[in-house]
Design a binder for this molecule. Structure first.
Ligand code: SF4
Length: 379
């Protein structure tokens, strides 16, 4: 159903990043302009990454001037770039229009920094984006959890993360871009904004990322999994599993008490996978906790009947009280899965020296500064 813009959304200047093609059309019509100009602006912002109306030279000069007074193309602001020795860049981004973005109506907690990671590879780049500032899910192996939840991001802020990362690396972009929703936050707990952002990111007239090159990772929020399965355009789904029993999972992922393994895996079995689509299960291997051969055998049983791939992620040593698994345990774990027909990959985290790896997106600037300086000196 076509929705009318609220008076609040027309408050001037109107922030255009995050608006769909239909919303931009309505906005242009509200200015007394033909609706098709909305599609031109949509393409200019998202596909061409023009963040200044003056650069949209296919628009009449008078319209560019009108847009400059009636609208803004506001993006998250880069506060810091942390450059890793492997080329990864961890960005600290300040959310631009915090007042407009605040969904709670309160004014006290509007200022929030988030983190976005750009990972260059030989033939592509992968951008890891945040969907919330902080997170309330409280996984015990995750530094983001120590922040708590500040607030949800808007669709515009989520799209803005990708636009900023692409633009900042424009001189070294490869043809293919992957996005992973694995930064700060639980995407399923900000579902509407996340899906609104994905519709722009995965639109070939928008940012243009192929849906098969996008992955959304959830801690196991079953209602979100069920909703995502019904979406026409959607990313790949990844489940953060990390345990082979409820007892284990309760200890490191309190969300398991609400959505225990049996129910979670039942939702996974019912997930309407398309041809050639897989469910990805992420399993952070915590030395001496969940990395035994028995764990591996239980994981095989848990995943039976699911078209699954497993990413095994050896724990990154850091501030939290877990151990890195021995390399032979990692190999044995992988072998048990593979021997039973479960595709399993060992994934080494990128950007560890700048705390850009999985579960590390929360360090204070002070804690992160030393390794960054070291990396900058090496560069
Ligand atoms: S792992 Fe993800 S869901 Fe869990 S606390 Fe960290 S950011 Fe939140």
């Amino acid at each position: 159903m076509k929705s009318k813009m609220s008076p609040l959304e027309f408050a001037k200047p109107v922030s255009l990043v995050g608006k769909s093609a239909a919303a931009l059309r309505e906005f242009l019509e509200s200015l007394g302009e033909p609706g098709y100009r909305g599609a031109q602006i949509y393409h200019a912002i998202y596909a061409e990454r023009k963040f200044d109306f003056a650069a949209m030279t296919n628009l009449p000069a008078a319209l560019r001037e009108k847009l400059a007074s009636e609208g803004t193309i506001a993006l998250p602001r880069i506060v810091r770039r942390h450059l890793s020795s492997d080329g990864t860049v961890r960005y600290v981004l300040a959310l631009e229009s915090n007042e407009m973005a605040n969904q709670s109506g309160g004014r006290a907690r509007q200022t929030a920094n988030i983190e976005t990671v750009f990972m260059p590879e030989e033939n592509r780049q992968t951008i890891c984006i945040s969907t919330q500032a902080g997170c309330a899910v409280d996984c015990q192996f995750c530094l983001t959890a120590t922040l708590g939840l500040a607030r949800n991001l808007t669709a515009g802020e989520i799209v803005g993360e990708v636009l900023v990362a692409l633009d900042d690396n424009r001189d070294r972009l490869k043809p293919q871009t992957n996005i992973v929703l694995m930064g700060q936050g639980e995407p399923m707990l900000n579902y509407d904004a996340v899906l609104a952002a994905l519709r722009i990111l995965l639109d070939q007239n928008g940012v243009g990322i192929a849906p098969r090159h996008a992955a959304l990772s959830t801690s196991g929020i079953i209602p979100g999994i069920e909703r995502l399965g019904q979406e026409k355009v959607r990313p790949n789904l990844a489940i953060s599993l990390n345990a082979s029993t409820d007892e284990q999972r309760d200890r490191i992922m309190p969300i398991n008490r609400k959505y225990p393994l049996e129910k979670l895996l039942e939702a996974c079995r019912k997930y309407p996978l398309r041809p050639r689509e897989w469910l990805l299960f992420e399993y952070v291997l915590l030395g001496g906790f969940n990395d035994s051969p028995e764990d591996a055998r239980r994981v095989v049983r848990l995943l039976s009947g699911i078209r699954a791939k497993v990413n095994l992620i050896p724990w990154n040593p850091g501030a939290l009280p877990f151990n890195r698994p021995a390399p032979e345990r990692v190999q044995e774990f992988q072998k048990i899965l593979m021997d039973k027909g479960v595709l399993a990959f060992v994934r080494e985290s990128r950007g560890q020296d700048v705390m850009a790896a999985c579960g590390q997106l929360a360090l204070s600037e002070a804690a992160a500064a030393a390794p960054i300086q070291a990396a900058e000196q090496r560069a």
